[in-house]
Design a protein around this ligand. Structure first.
Ligand SMILES: [Zn+2]
Length: 293
């Protein structure tokens, strides 16, 4: 469908497509706070909640993406690659992208510049050794980054991030003192499967209320987010997690969502890497944003 009725100032997408969808999954596995503080080694059940992602859910997801012929980006802590190298190699072999997501899902805003550099260097070594790749994308683990982060990332060869929330189109981030901008592909909590589908026993309140959202409601929310993005010719990415939504019942939500997108026509499905490259080459960003300091 040619993009004939876009809002003035809306981005133009390749081949006249109306809107852009960059499906993205955070393959965290069991990494995160409990691994960083070591407590996960006393909580084997909790470990398996996370390991289900690379061990079991990932292949189901890859099959689903194959069937629908849509590319995706997987942001993967390097520790997950070290421990499930064959599963992670399948991501690359099946045509998808892998981006940085910490070594053990470190919160970058808690690390000084050298600490962040060490995480990036170790991650680069792991990706090279096990997968033979050099990622150019990054999604910050645990929510935020620090004043040094954008420079550390640029120096590590990162050319785009999907970490911020400041727009519903990509935009350019300028690191102080660096000529080349970084492309930011912002996400949003509405497209985070944790928000509706992650079940927690702790804290055990509020008592007697539902602990996860209904699947119908969740799919309806996601569809509406896409519909708005498509209507206005924007860029939608996701913060989905294989361990959360790559399960036998929940995978149907993703199937339905992608089928709904396909049915509208005029969607450019692309990896975040391709979106960033296209945006860099055709940037229509009216007001490049300064990197937060
Ligand atoms: Zn994550």
């Amino acid at each position: 469908m040619p993009a004939t009725d876009l809002n003035p100032g809306a981005p133009r997408w390749p081949e006249g497509q109306r809107s852009c969808v960059a499906l993205a999954f955070d393959l965290d596995g069991p990494t995160g706070d409990a691994m960083l503080d070591g407590s996960i080694w006393n909580n084997p059940s909790y470990f398996t909640l996370g390991s289900y992602g690379p061990w079991r859910a990932l292949e189901r997801l890859l099959d689903m993406l194959d069937e629908r012929k849509v590319p995706a980006t997987f942001f993967v802590p390097a520790w997950v690659v070290e421990n499930w190298p064959e599963q992670c190699a399948a991501i690359v072999a099946r045509g998808h992208e892998i981006g940085y997501h910490g070594y053990k899902h470190e919160a970058f805003w808690t690390l000084d510049a050298d600490g962040q550099r060490a995480v990036m260097e170790r991650s680069a070594q792991v990706f090279d050794k096990y997968l033979g790749i050099r990622p150019v994308g990054f999604r910050t683990p645990s929510g935020d980054w620090g004043p040094d982060t954008i420079r550390v990332l640029m120096e590590a060869g990162v050319r785009y991030s999907s970490s911020m929330r400041g727009d519903d189109r990509p935009y350019l981030l300028h690191a102080p003192g660096m000529a080349e901008p970084m492309v930011e592909i912002p996400g949003r909590w509405e497209m985070d499967d944790y928000a509706s589908l992650a079940y927690h026993r702790n804290p055990n309140f509020p008592a007697s209320l539902d602990r996860i959202a209904s699947y119908d409601t969740t799919l309806d929310n996601w569809r509406r987010e896409f519909d708005g993005s498509h209507r206005d010719g924007l860029c939608l990415t996701t913060l989905f997690h294989p361990k959360v939504s790559g399960k036998p019942g929940r995978i149907a939500l993703l199937e339905s969502l992608i089928d709904h997108m396909h049915a509208q026509g005029g969607v450019w499905f692309a990896t975040c890497r391709d979106v960033a490259q296209w945006w860099r080459d055709n940037s229509a960003s009216p007001t490049p944003q300064e990197a937060p300091r």
